[in-house]
Structure formats: structure tokens, C-alpha cells
Design a binder for this molecule. Sequence first.
Ligand SMILES: [Cu+2]
Length: 306
Amino acid sequence: MHRPSASHLSIALLPLLLLGPLTSGTCRADEYFIEMFSSAFLPQSVTVQAGDTVTWVHVAGSHVVRSGVPGGAPGTADEPGALFEGPVDAQNPTFSHTFSGPPATIAFHDGANPSQVGTIELLGDDLTFVVTVLDNAYEPPLVELFEGDSIRWEHEPGEMLHTVTSGLSSAPADNPGALFDAVSSDGFPVFIYTFDVAGEVPYFCLPHECCGMLGMVVVQRRFLRGDANEDGVVEIADPIALLGVLFQGAAPSPCLDASDANDDGSVNIADAIHLLSYLFSQGAMPPAPFPAPGPDRTEDPLRCLP
Ligand SMILES: [Cu+2]
């Protein structure tokens, strides 16, 4: 009996993939400002998402913006200066830091006046995407997301009973339902699943597998932009690895997006130049996800696959 293999399904869905993400997860990084008065911050607390930047702005006095709390435990985020530190005074009118990483409450204080303390509330950077369950289709049929993101399947009221069942088919070799197997009906209209492992996750409807009711989730890895050799840090070895791929036929990383250091949607010599400029001549840092790994919410053709 013929049934589609994973690679067949991927090829069938490739045109959809090439049309670009069917998701609406684009997030633009925001910038927030904290004014530094002679003996106060305003505001004292700011809530940001990963990739957002906070800029401390001089109004009066001389300050040293320093992460952590005075006397905070060494080796923790509370250790003074562990995450960021910089002067804000008449000569240095602003100091900026871009936040990344898992959700956290990040303390900061004025090193020149340690009783002045504040916090940055860093929110999680995961998203939930909605797929509508119809007769007989999942809409959209393809969702691209990142590790940690979720899908919320919503049953269209009045439509037939369907299922959301992981796997390519009900054949035992396809391990149907190994990850999830949920009814989608007027009685059970919502099902949510969080994708923690990168890869392709096909799913289908048990009553309607006959009729092509299937969907696909492409789960990308979180990555560090500029980390072309994927060793977890951005350093001289990365532009060297990138030049090897571009000019010496070295195999590219399956996480091509990490090599797109300037996030312009293509991997080329400009990315190596961007990295060298950042590393050696105080050029701009790579855009998010940087300096910690995370999802890439800008829409471009590059992917970070296992
Ligand atoms: Cu169905």
C-alpha cells in the first residue's frame, strides 16, 4: 500500500514554504527610555520583550547604570555589573542595553548612588499560533515556528468532528498520536500543544486521513545570530567559517539563519564583514537573536533547522 513518506510530504508542502511564513509572528524590537535625574530614575521599572533595548538618558547628575543589586551574590544576575554597566553623565548622555534570554526580573542600580534601584521585567519570547479546524482542512496547513512556541487549534463552530493527531498517517510505523492526539469538535473546541523539539511534525485527522486532511509544523531551532559555526559564541572563528562556506565550498550549517549576521535575508560576504566590523572595529552588533539565543521573528527565506 502506498503512503507518503516524510520527504514526499515536505516536497508537497515546499511551494507553501517558499511563499514565506504563513504566520503572523513578526515582532519588531522596541526601545524604552529611562530618564536619570540627580537622585531618581523615571520610570523605575520597564517591561520589555527579548530583543528590546532600554536606553538610560542623562537629565542631571552623574550616574553609573549597573545591572544587579549592591552586594548581589557573585555568579548570579544580581552580581553588580554582571549583565551591563556604563556611565550616564554630562559626557555620556545615554547608555543602552538590549535584553535577551528567558523571562526574568533584572535588577539595576546607580553605581554612583546605590540606594537608587530599578528593575527590567523581561517577558518570554515564545508565541502561540492559531490554526482553524475546518471541514476538511487545517487553516493554515503549514505553520513555521520556533522551539517553545505553541499552536492553538480552534474548531470552527458547527463543523464535523475532527482530530489533531501527530504523525503522517494511522499506519503503526508512523507512530500516530505519539506526540498528541486530540479531538476537535464543538464539545472540545480548543487544543493547545507546545513544540519543544526542532524538526518537522506532520499531523492529520483520523476520520479524514482518507481525504487529505493533514497539516505540517516546521519547528526551527532557537539560534544565536552570527554564530556561523554554531559553537555558542560569536568570535573570529565565525566569519572565518562563513568565508569558508562562501568561497571554499565548506558545507553550510543547516541553521543558515545564524550565518545571516546582518539579518538581510541572505548569506553573503556582507555578513562576514558585519561580524568582523562588530568584533574588531566597534561596528553594530548583529540584530536579535543576539547576544543570547532566541527565535528570529523577522520574515525572511532563511531557516534554522536541525
Ligand atoms: Cu477531519
